[in-house]
Design a protein around this ligand. Structure first.
Ligand code: MTE
Ligand code: HPA
Ligand code: MOS
Length: 771
């Protein structure tokens, strides 16, 4: 959509900084790229389908599979008693059964599997298995869970200063509440795994997963074997978005158990409706807030309650809720502040990672508060936001005690406001609104400051393996996974530059637990930071060995040898890369190496949530203009300008794609994507007919993305910054622009609008009594 900004790179790094097409792009558009369900099936492969609970909470008294077992093609029915290892999943909290045991805890919980010759035979038979359930009272609402103290993990409080005293002496004060919905990942490729028995109780699992290492661990634990008996492989996913960080593990464990039970290869590909019913989503949140501020709109005190609806088990809810607390400040200095975070247990799907990982849910409430402060005081919302920004030398310590050292939010927002003509357009919109009987427009600029690193410090490590073959071709493996975000392309660019080779000489293969062990999930946007660096170190090691070999031949120092453009140059002459590799091989020089990277500087106390959880911050800002129809509540996003900080971009085309995609996905979360559970806990919106992600027709007519032209101030690979998740939160500008348009129709004052801003919610906000 945009011509990528150009960057200056040294002659020694010709691949990094280029808009190299995605390494699979051509194969993907040609239908030649393999996903798990495309892998040619081994003879004898069977297919599994899950048996689902249709009750939100109850005692599971018995399972009657007799009718299913009599159906054509059915080979087996598995329940919890068929698990040779631990019947609980090997999650950190160990609170999730593999198959429902004595209770069911949500509609869609898997109580067992049917295994049959074909997918459809298995699915039909699974519907005929009868669960005998004695219903119990279910907790479905997050506020109900708070009242009942129904937690998956204990509450966490983070405070600085004295919020109560600051509120008591504040010149102005506002209180409010907010409800924000969840989000279905809607990866194009649904959850799928294919498990194959090998000899001597060993297993091979093809899985669509962001975390092959965790699947290896979970499968081994369920089968009662050691990790060295399980290999997990993933060439690519058709999207993950956090929904395949843990949720892919359940499917893989089920497939492996069915393979173990039948002694046959088993594939489990979830039907889309079942995927909606079984797997967790973005956490819905509820908030109460009480804010004090001065006449300029500067916040002087804040009490904030965040309640995360976690569903029936903990899954990743602890770190998700932590990240929401860490991002409640977004880009703003909160001096006297008290934040309470509840991690609520409810009888729905177990909510999980989703792009931003709690960050969006932390930021949205503070953006809403700032918008309301501006409307209460009759000030411009951007001015109020700017007055609350972190400083660069003072007012620069977060509520969790981390000094913000790389703050660029003020100049970045200033430049975006100028480029997008914010002030002029705000005046034009006000004039336009004054002439309109029905439509109202709104505009908002919101910033993003997103912390990069896994909050659990130990996850911030990565390994890689670079193999140079005797023909001079290079194969790279690393612990990360490809889900469409372009990680593999960036890693190949980094390795090509390190070895002075054209990009085409470097090939990446599937992520594989046997090649790089103990890898963290590809998550927290840190895929390139971690794996790119590990691969760079591996390649550097190979280059150092070759340089030492050539230097010995030419009687010079290794530093005198230059690798560039497929050639190796020294004082004694220039050789082709292929010649050097072939000579070195015959001289018995090791042509491959591993590499390892651990992020420096980070540490934090997980009990008090204080320290430096993040290596650096990624910044950005968006200016969004919307229109609403005050009679129907319908809306459109008209015009979007984004200025985003990807550091020195490794691949501008891919980074701009991430920014556009992240923004539009965030726009969907805040506008049309509404999850509706019935009073009995059934997810009523379990297919694209009722769950509306943005379609091409919903794209804003104007969507412009520019990159901030400055390298990462921390020493990160190639000067880049992580870009996978931060742009998602640029969509908060859509929500604030909606609230601006609602305020225009109401004649000013605070606006109570719940997310997503569906037509119903917008109408409700328009009609709510003034506060
Ligand atoms: N982009 C595409 N096309 N598909 C995806 O599934 N996942 C997002 C983001 N961008 C995703 C994506 C999420 S949730 C994360 S954490 C990052 O990519 C992970 O990849 P990275 O760390 O390599 O950026
Ligand atoms: N982000 C994303 N995924 C994670 C994290 C995180 O901080 N921690 C554990 N999984
Ligand atoms: Mo992304 S939510 O960290 O997988």
């Amino acid at each position: 959509m945009n011509a990528p900004d150009s960057f200056i790179h040294t002659a020694l790094s010709p691949a990094v900084g280029q808009s190299q097409p995605h390494e699979s792009a051509r194969a993907q558009v040609a239908g030649a790229a393999l996903y798990v369900d495309d892998i040619p099936e081994v003879k004898g492969t069977l297919h599994a389908a899950p048996i689902l609970s249709n009750v939100a909470h109850g005692r599971l008294l018995g399972i009657d599979a007799s009718e299913a077992l009599a159906m054509p093609g059915v080979r087996a029915v598995l329940t919890t008693s068929d698990i040779p290892g631990d019947p609980m999943l090997a999650t950190f909290t160990h609170d999730e059964p593999i198959f429902a045991r004595d209770t069911v805890q949500h509609v869609g919980q898997v109580a067992g599997l049917v295994v049959a010759d074909t997918v459809m035979q298995a699915r039909h038979a699974a519907r005929r298995v009868k669960l005998r359930i004695d219903p119990l009272p279910a907790v479905l609402d997050v506020r109900e869970a708070v009242a009942a103290k129904s937690w998956v993990l204990p509450p966490v409080t983070v405070k600085r200063g004295d919020a109560a005293a600051a509120l008591a002496r504040a010149a102005h004060r506002l209180q409010g509440s907010l409800e924000v919905g969840g989000q279905e990942h809607f990866y194009l490729e649904g959850q799928v795994a294919y498990a194959l028995p090998l000899e001597q109780n060993q297993w091979w699992v093809h899985a669509s997963t962001q975390h092959p290492g965790e699947i290896q661990h979970w499968v081994a634990h369920a089968l009662g074997v050691a990790s060295n008996a399980v290999t997990v492989e993933c060439r690519r996913m058709g999207g993950g978005f956090g929904g395949k960080e843990t949720q892919a593990g359940h499917v893989a464990v089920w497939a492996a158990l069915a393979a173990q039970r039948t002694g046959r290869p088993v594939k489990l590909r979830l039907d889309r409706d079942d995927d909606f019913m079984i797997t967790g989503k973005r956490h819905p949140f509820a908030y109460d807030w009480d804010v004090g501020f001065d006449a300029t709109g500067r916040i002087t005190g804040l009490k904030l309650m965040l309640a995360a609806n976690c569903g029936f088990s903990a899954d990743l809810s602890g770190p998700v809720a932590d990240r929401a607390v860490f991002h409640a400040d977004n880009a703003y200095f909160l001096e006297d502040v008290e934040i309470v975070s509840y991690r609520c247990r409810t009888n729905v799907q177990s909510h999980t990672a989703f792009r931003g990982f709690g960050g969006p849910q932390g930021m949205i409430v503070t953006e809403a508060i700032l918008g309301d402060i501006a409307r209460h005081l009759g000030l411009d919302a951007l001015t109020v936001r700017q007055r609350n920004f972190y400083g660069t030398t003072e007012r620069n310590v977060t509520h969790y005690g981390m000094t913000v050292e790389d703050n660029i939010v003020a100049p970045l927002v200033e430049r975006l406001a100028a480029d997008a003509r914010y002030a002029e357009r705000r005046a034009e919109i006000a004039r336009w609104n004054a002439t309109q009987p029905v439509l109202r427009r709104g505009i908002a600029i919101t910033p993003v400051k997103f912390g990069i690193s896994f909050t659990a410090t130990f996850f911030n490590q990565a390994g890689a393996l670079v193999n140079v073959y005797t023909d001079g071709s290079v194969q790279v493996n690393h612990g990360g996974t490809e889900m469409g975000q372009g990680l593999h392309t960036k890693v190949c660019q980094i390795v090509a530059d390190e070895l002075g080779l054209p990009f085409e000489r470097v090939r990446i293969t599937a992520s594989h637990t046997g090649k790089v062990p103990n890898a963290s999930a590809t998550a927290a946007s840190s895929g390139t930071d971690l794996n790119g660096r590990a691969a760079q170190f591996a390649a550097r090691e190979v280059r150092a060995r070759l340089a030492a070999y050539v230097a010995a031949q030419q009687g010079c120092q290794p530093e005198d040898i230059v690798f560039q453009g497929g050639r190796v140059r020294g004082p004694g002459g220039t050789l082709t890369w292929e010649q050097v590799v072939d000579d070195a091989y015959h001289a018995r020089v090791q042509l491959w190496s591993d590499g390892f990277y651990a992020t420096p500087k980070i540490h934090y106390d997980k009990h008090t949530l204080s320290g430096r959880p993040f290596y650096y911050f990624a910044y950005g800002a968006a200016c969004t203009e919307v229109a609403i129809d005050t009679l129907t509540g319908e809306s459109r996003v008209l015009c979007v300008d984004i200025l985003h900080d990807a550091g020195r971009s490794i691949n501008p085309a891919i980074d701009i794609g991430q920014i556009e995609g992240g923004f539009i996905q965030g726009m969907g979360w805040l506008t049309t994507e509404q999850l509706v559970w019935t009073g009995k806990g059934h997810l009523a919106t379990h297919a694209p007919s009722t769950y509306k992600i943005p379609a091409t027709g919903d794209l804003p007519a104007h969507l412009h993305v520019a990159l901030w032209p400055e390298a990462n101030r921390e020493d990160n690979v190639a000067g880049s910054k992580a870009v996978g998740e931060p742009p998602f939160m640029l969509a908060l500008s859509v929500f604030e622009a909606m609230r601006d348009a609602v305020a225009a129709a109401r004649g000013g004052g605070p606006v109570r609008l719940d997310a997503p801003a569906t037509a119903e919610h917008v109408l409700k906000a328009l009609q709510a009594p003034a506060t």
